[in-house]
Design a protein around this ligand. Structure first.
Ligand code: ADP
Ligand code: MG
Length: 628
């Protein structure tokens, strides 16, 4: 509890004691009025003030107004009718405040849950400067600096290990509790906790561009993107609140007038004003206004604890309606780490061919390039390479030692008017041309991710109707993967532009209330991440562009999390609908009872505070998604 909440709690307890004490004291008349009025103001002054401020700012109709009018009205009625029964007005305010306190506590709890994730924010970096270590703000570390991370410290910036072995705890980022081994040469992302050894890291990104900053930005901004349900509720409240106020006014005035003028009876103002005030308390929309955003907030918080970052409530809502999932292959369903299986060469030696390939590919971040550079195994002398051009979906061309080198698929060769020699070995073929002459090819192969098959199965269990692979890779490689994983449809040998066209065709064929998700790593597929109803990116190996373009980011690249994210979203939406249905039903029943005179203030308090507390408790369930 924070200080404000504690203060509120003290006010609530004091009020309760005062009400009990006043009930026992036999004071009467003005003194009694003064003591009760004091108690009423003690518990309600802030609500009255907010209502006053609302009127002043011409934004009259909100729950503060409803509560102020209702309680002040009941109080005035007690004075006017000389009943001396002021307890009711105080009780309504008291319970309303209990409800408010409970809400703010619940919101605080789910915020705390999210800020546990926020705990990834590093406080300092140990920067190596002239042989000594200085502690500096992570913001001040330039790209390419060397930092040291001791066991127990957070990795403050993204970089590459240049010395040391260790294990990292990545759970705050990925939800994965198993520590990850790292060695010299491995990339590290900020936000992990270094567990065992001292690591020397050369930073590859500034703090603002590092993983931690990205995640923090994402989560902090998530609640500003509103879902349709939230929009609906705030629009609803804007119409509903004034409507019930006027209805209450009518209830207070019309029946007495009818009685007086048409029926010739006593007007019975007291009874009808009291009913109108009860009506106001019942109709307070806080249960919805609070619990719906809280459900989304909790859902996003719960998902981030599992390593699934959802950029806004609207995406959570869309995710729950996904019926088709389209995958990129390389890096998404497969590991994106290719092994070199064979090198078929013409004149030059296999080593030389691989060297040309690695040099030409030295600037690309495509998984194929990275794998060729790794297979080459030696330090790459970038000064030998010029004029690098990467052609998406084809490959690269560059000048190595002055010679024109091309590395890519058969389409690239044809584009350069070079006839590639086909290869019958299974795998992905990287054809090479040097000096405009065909020089051979490198056969590489990728392996599917450990959880890919389970991921497809669990999507099917979750009711996903179609799974599709879109890839630029050759047909036989793509079909082998699809068959192994049980994916329904494959489209292969697509250029990046074809992938978008294909995706649009698929989008057209999904039903009106069904959504399509695209899952990719952002290499050659960022346009699809934004074009699909919802884009899901691999966060750990994915490019920054992917993380930007995506609506959902899987921190540990585990495809199994896709079905999990869908289940989380469905649970959250189920809770939202439950709350809407539950709150509206109770309210309308109580309103009808109130108008007919069967409800008193105590029922009204239940209809408002009781329903709010139950709806908030239900909303909090959205936080618990670990077992889904
Ligand atoms: P995917 O859909 O599998 O992610 P891409 O669209 O990234 O595939 O690439 C399609 C094909 O283009 C690859 O299978 C490969 O043959 C070729 N290619 C793309 N980029 C490169 C590269 N940097 N080096 C060699 N080949 C490449
Ligand atoms: Mg790709």
């Amino acid at each position: 509890m924070n200080r404000k909440q504690k203060k509120m709690l003290v006010r609530i307890i004091l009020t309760a004691i005062l009400v009990a004490a006043l009930g026992l004291l036999p004071v009467q008349g003005l003194l009694r009025l003064a003591l009760y009025l004091f108690t009423y103001l003690l518990i309600g002054y802030d609500i009255l003030r907010k209502a006053g401020r609302g009127i002043w700012n011409h934004q009259v109709f909100d729950e503060n107004f409803l509560m102020s009018v209702a309680t002040a009205g009941v109080f005035a009625l007690a004075i006017f009718s000389r009943s001396g029964d002021y307890t009711e007005a105080i009780a309504v305010m008291l319970f309303y405040q209990v409800g408010e306190l409970f809400q703010s506590y619940a919101v605080g709890r789910s915020r705390k849950n999210i800020s546990e994730l926020m705990d990834i924010r590093p406080d300092y970096a140990n920067l190596q400067q002239n042989g000594t270590l200085v502690q500096v703000d992570p913001d001040e570390v330039a790209v390419g600096s060397v930092i040291v991370v001791q066991p127990g410290e957070k990795v403050p910036l993204d970089g590459e290990v240049i010395e040391g072995d260790s294990t990292l705890n990545t759970s705050a980022l990925t939800g994965e509790s198993l520590p990850r081994e790292i060695r010299t040469g491995d990339p590290v992302i900020s936000g992990c906790i270094n567990l065992t050894g001292v690591l020397k890291i050369r930073t590859t990104k500034e703090f603002g561009e590092s993983t931690v900053s990205k995640i923090l930005d994402l989560v902090e901004n998530a609640s500003s993107r509103k879902s349709k349900s939230e929009d609906f509720i705030s629009k609803f409240a804007r119409i509903y609140t004034p409507a019930v106020c006027y209805a209450a006014l009518a209830l207070a005035i019309l029946p007495p007038l009818v009685r007086l003028l048409l029926l010739g009876l006593t007007p019975a103002w007291n009874i009808w004003v009291y009913r109108a005030l009860t009506f106001l308390v019942i109709s307070c929309p806080c249960a919805l206004v609070i619990s719906i955003p809280l459900s989304f907030f909790a859902g996003i918080g719960g998902a981030s604890k599992e390593g699934v970052l959802i950029k806004g409530s609207n995406y959570l809502e869309t995710l729950s309606k996904v019926r088709s999932v389209v995958f990129d292959k390389t890096g998404t369903l497969t590991r994106g780490v290719f092994e070199v299986n064979a090198v078929h060469h013409n004149q030059m030696s296999p080593e030389q061919l691989l060297e040309y390939a690695a040099l030409a590919e030295s600037a690309s971040s495509h998984p194929i390039s990275k794998s060729l550079q790794r297979a080459y195994g030696r330090e790459i002398d970038r000064s030998r390479v010029t004029d690098i051009q990467e052609i998406s979906g084809y490959g690269v061309t560059a000048k190595v030692d002055g010679a024109e080198v091309a590395a890519g698929n058969d389409k690239l060769m044809r584009r350069l008017n070079i006839e590639p020699i086909p290869c019958h070995q299974p795998g992905t073929i990287v054809h090479m041309a040097v000096g405009g002459v065909y020089a051979g090819h490198i056969v590489i192969s990728d392996t599917v991710k450990e959880h890919s098959k389970a991921a497809i199965q669990s999507l099917k269990r979750a009711g996903i109707k179609q799974t599709v692979i879109l890839t630029g890779d050759a047909a036989h490689a793509a079909e082998a993967v699809a068959a192994e994983l049980g994916v329904d449809q494959v489209y292969s040998e697509l250029l990046p532009a074809d992938k978008v066209t294909r995706l649009e065709a698929l989008l057209e064929h999904t039903g009106s209330n069904e959504k399509l998700a695209f899952v990719g790593d952002g290499i050659n597929d960022a346009p699809m991440l934004s074009r699909a109803d919802i884009g899901i990116a691999m966060g750990a190996m994915g490019s920054d562009a992917a993380i930007e373009a995506a609506d959902v980011v899987l921190m540990d690249d585990d495809p199994l999390k896709i079905a999990k994210a869908i289940r989380i979203s469905r649970k959250c939406l189920r809770i939202v609908y439950q709350n809407i249905g539950f709150a509206l039903t109770i309210k309308f029943v109580c309103l009808a009872l109130g108008a007919a005179g069967f409800a008193n203030m105590w029922l009204a308090i239940f209809a408002d505070v009781g329903v709010t507390v139950l709806a908030v408790l239900n909303a909090m369930r959205a936080l618990f998604v670990h077992r889904l």
